[in-house]
Design a protein around this ligand. Structure first.
Ligand code: COA
Length: 322
């Protein structure tokens, strides 16, 4: 049995921050941000009650409702995130409590922007092994809390939000999967955790903020993602022409259009929401999937290729029949 997505959901904070607004905080401009990234605005949480947990739970609830699946029928919940509200317990356990899914095993995955794909591939592996039947996968980020809002090189790029997919074990669905990591590139995109305050160590109490070497990440993305796409298609014996939609990690429209160009494909095959969401890391692919699904763009039998890259470094792809 393979993983088949039977419902999608998402949850974005109400508040949006436009490029114009950010240019009142840091030395930037709408023209710079739009021309480098395609981002016009991003959603940001704006109250203590709007959290990774609240967004993840709501996106999960919407995906289950779309699928017509009762939370009590879930036997697996995986949350992909790098910005949980808790070090422990996992966000997935807290979502389990919020949804009322007592029979599910729940845990988190940290694979940055590839997290949703790692989670989907993990669910598919469980299903192939016959271990579970119904899963909920959520990608969620509140990146705004790990961003240095005085650093114009990162604060204009990221946004908050959650996306989810309800998945069931089925004869058809996933066609192929691929994932990988290269820890030697860990330093080009990282966020350190809290410092140790035990009696023997005297370290700085500064909170960790996200650091990124933008140009190195850009080079990695435009090389790795096309390789991933071609490799997963080869695995499945398909070509780029067989794919109806490429749902790529929404980091930057320049990266997406460069990939379309490399594959010699029209941009219409690459739906994008980066202009209004920015980069929402693990949430980006499931938010996009939900938008495309709810817009009625997907027909039964369509071939979708999901692919992404991120800190780690990590990368992943999933080829599936809708
Ligand atoms: N507004 C205005 N100027 C800015 C700026 C901002 N928000 N951020 C950086 N700049 C400045 C830099 O300081 C630099 O100025 P200098 O030439 O005087 O030193 C200039 O713009 C060019 O900076 P550079 O970093 O070379 O820009 P770039 O063309 O590489 O674009 C990114 C920067 C981040 C948009 C681009 O590298 C990128 O998209 N990288 C990939 C990021 C990504 O996808 N991350 C997520 C991975 S999951």
């Amino acid at each position: 049995m393979r993983a088949k997505i039977i419902g999608t959901g998402s949850c974005l904070p109400d508040k949006t921050a436009t490029n114009e607004y950010l240019s009142t905080i840091v030395d930037t401009s709408d023209e710079w941000i739009q021309s480098r990234t395609g981002i016009a605005e991003r959603h940001l949480v704006s109250s203590e009650t709007e959290t990774s947990l609240s967004m993840a739970t709501e996106a999960g609830r919407r995906a289950l409702s779309d699928a017509g699946l009762d939370p009590k029928d879930l036997d697996l919940i995986i949350v992909a995130t790098v910005s949980s509200d808790f070090i422990t317990p996992s966000l997935a356990c807290m979502v389990q409590r919020g949804l009322g899914a007592p029979h599910a095993t729940a845990f988190d995955i940290n694979a940055a922007c590839s997290g949703f794909l790692f989670a989907l591939n993990t669910v598919d592996a469980y299903f192939q092994a016959g271990i579970y039947q119904n899963a909920l996968i959520i990608g969620v980020e509140t990146l705004s809390k790990i961003i240095d809002w005085a650093d114009r090189t990162t604060c204009v790029l990221f946004g908050d939000g959650a996306g989810a997919a309800a998945v069931t074990a089925s004869e058809e669905g996933m066609i192929a999967s691929l994932q990988g990591s290269d820890g030697s590139g860990g330093d080009i995109l990282l966020c350190k955790s809290r410092s140790n305050n035990n009696p023997y160590i005297s370290t700085s109490k500064e909170p960790g903020y996200l650091f990124m070497d933008g140009q190195e990440v850009f080079k990695f993305a435009v090389k790795k993602e096309p390789e991933c796409i071609l490799s997963i298609l080869e695995q499945a014996g398909l070509t780029v022409e067989d794919v109806d939609y490429f749902l790529l990690h929404q980091a930057n429209y320049r990266i997406i259009s460069s990939i379309a160009r490399k594959l010699k494909l029209p941009l219409e095959k690459f739906p994008s929401n980066v202009s209004h969401c920015g980069n929402t890391s693990a949430a980006s692919i499931p938010i996009l999937l939900d938008e495309v699904n709810r817009a009625g763009l997907l027909s039964k039998g369509d071939i979708l290729l999901l692919s992404g890259f991120g800190a780690g470094l990590t990368w992943g792809a999933a080829l599936l029949r809708w």
